[in-house]
Design a protein around this ligand. Structure first.
Ligand SMILES: [Cu+2]
Length: 424
């Protein structure tokens, strides 16, 4: 294939071509590597998304990807060669080089690596072969994964105005209900990732270190940064760091943005960053609910692997709040009569919204924009779009057990339901 023009730095797909002496884009997708949609979405689905019979699962995707033979020894070179920032030597976005990275030269070479390439998820360990080895950390010791209720309580604000977050991208078996373990890709080992709470104007200093072979990245919706720099993917043992200061209050999603984003969000790499306004909102019991979907294969060896075909078909097996179907039915959220309750609701998707409703209650306030602006009064249900977040408030005048649900009941029935218990 032709050499890239001098002003157009090589990208990973170019390198794959050279390594293999063939057109990698044809092998993976048939898509042109210059297709902008590929940068985020990854390779178009093959076989067609409606065809669930041909094993177009995450495993199959990864297995096909591994046929590119990007073995580990080649990864450093591959990433080094993929330096689209080569012509722009500065750091114009606020992203800074990692402090926790492992290798100076490799780290430097990665500094401007933008691996928003359709091949991101194909940078896998080679040679291990087999479907279950694609994400060994996600399936190992699944029987030892302990179930725990994901605490929905909004963490208290820190007295510090600078948050330092040093997170790791790790594979982990996550027990999402007593009888179900999923082979997750995670931030910090759980699904969702940690809840973060800060104020408008606070400084968030973030570092992501990737512990696994599949490249990962971080995209904070509360940040305004050049995504090609700050949200770039990093390979195993590498880190990416950036700093931002949220401008707006609200419930903001964060997620891995490595292509295909559908696969990375769909496999568990998401969470919520809650930004409170500078002036405190009315005192309330505050909770965070992150709605998301699970698309799963049948269990093998006690663990269910994520199914990319189902993600593409957008027919989830489970729709859940905070990673576990119905967890707040068995272990409800409890408050007292007279309490104001504030739900910060994020729809992580990857595809579906949350039509948020509390049975037997009404929201006295839903903030359409950043709280405390644009309040809607007297709302029964409001939809939080995939990739969005909203703030819902109600006052508990009556004791009782109030289901909070996704009122799109095809999804409520699949696990997006819990109980708010109002005690006398
Ligand atoms: Cu990822």
């Amino acid at each position: 294939m032709p050499e890239p023009a001098a002003t157009v730095p090589p990208c990973l797909s170019d390198l794959a071509d050279r390594l293999n002496g063939r057109d990698a884009s044809e092998q993976v997708s048939g898509a042109a590597s210059s297709d902008p949609s590929v940068l985020v979405l990854g390779a178009p689905a093959t076989p067609p998304p409606h065809d669930l019979s041909l094993g177009n699962t995450r495993r199959a995707f990864l297995a096909r990807a591994s046929t590119l033979s990007l073995a580990l020894p080649g990864i450093g070179a591959a990433l080094a060669a993929c330096a689209p920032g080569g012509s722009r030597g500065g750091d114009s976005t606020g992203a800074r080089n990692a402090t926790g990275g492992t290798a100076g030269s490799a780290q430097d070479s990665l500094r401007h690596h933008n691996s928003d390439s359709k091949l991101d998820t194909t940078v896998l360990k080679g040679g291990r072969g087999g479907s279950s080895s694609a994400t060994p950390g996600a399936t190992a010791d699944a029987d030892r994964a302990q179930y725990h209720r994901y605490d929905p309580t909004l963490p208290a604000l820190s007295a510090e105005r600078t948050l330092q977050l040093n997170w790791r991208a790790v594979e982990a078996p996550v027990r999402i209900r007593p009888d179900t373990v999923v082979a997750a890709w995670t931030f910090e080992g759980d699904v969702p990732g940690p809840i973060v709470h800060c104020r408008v104007g606070d400084t968030v200093e973030f570092t992501l270190t990737n512990d696994v072979d599949v490249p990962h990245s971080m995209d904070f919706h509360a940040a305004q940064l050049d995504p090609r720099e700050a949200f770039r993917s990093v390979g195993k043992g590498q880190s990416v760091s950036f700093t931002f200061s949220p401008k707006w209050a609200g419930a903001f999603m964060y997620h891995c943005g490595t292509a295909p984003v559908l696969m990375h969000i769909g496999s568990g790499m998401y969470g919520a960053l809650i930004v409170s306004p500078r002036e405190p909102l009315p005192a309330a019991k505050e909770f965070v609910l992150v709605q998301s979907e699970y698309y799963l294969e049948e269990p093998q060896n006690g663990v269910r692997v994520f199914d990319y075909s189902k993600m593409l078909a957008t027919m989830p097996d489970l729709v859940v709040f905070n990673g576990r179907p119905g967890q707040y039915v068995k272990e409800p959220i409890r408050v007292k009569v007279g309490d104001r309750v504030r739900f910060w609701v994020v729809s992580a998707g990857p595809t579906h919204p949350s039509h948020f409703h509390v049975v037997g209650e009404q929201f006295d306030t839903v903030y359409l924009g950043a709280p405390p602006g644009t309040p809607l009064r007297g709302v029964q249900t409001f939809s939080v779009p995939a990739g969005g977040g909203m703030c819902f408030e109600l006052v508990c005048d009556v004791a009782g057990e109030f289901p909070f649900v996704n009122h799109g009941f095809g999804h409520g029935q699949k696990g997006a339901i819990g109980f708010l218990v109002v005690e006398p």
